[in-house]
Ligand binder design. Structure first.
Ligand SMILES: [Zn+2]
Length: 127
């Protein structure tokens, strides 16, 4: 009870709100936090999209190879399109980029073109 009375007395005597310096300090701390967090978030999001695309393409590649074996046909662009329509694979790439099959690999127009520049090999995280 004594604490509540002291708080009410303090609040009654100290009702001016925040000073300008306090507001500037809080806003600058928030600015620093956002300046660090937002680029980091964007980079994590891009990395996650790329990994999801790689994994989806590898799965699609294996399924397409099985499809070719089951149908006992050779690859052609038309058969790949039929395969794509038959199984309704809409979201292979999270960014919605076009998917093609070239050199026994399923390729994403966005991520594969980006990867070719730095010469790194794609790594599969858990296969
Ligand atoms: Zn992609």
């Amino acid at each position: 009870m004594d604490i509540i009375k002291k708080y009410k007395l303090w609040k009654h005597n100290n009702n001016k709100g925040f000073t300008l310096i306090e507001l500037i300090v809080v806003l600058s701390v928030l600015g620093i936090i956002f300046a660090i967090a937002i680029p980091s978030y964007v980079s994590v999001l891009a990395h996650t999209n790329e990994k999801a695309c790689v994994i989806s393409r590898l799965q699609l590649e294996k399924m397409y190879e099985l499809y070719l074996l089951n149908k006992d046909v050779e690859h052609s662009d038309y058969i790949f399109e039929q395969f794509f329509k038959e199984f309704e694979y809409d979201k292979i790439c999270p960014l919605g980029s076009a998917i093609t099959y070239y050199n026994n690999q399923v390729r994403c127009n966005y991520h594969d073109n980006k990867d070719n520049g730095d010469g790194e090999e794609e790594e599969v995280p858990f296969l």
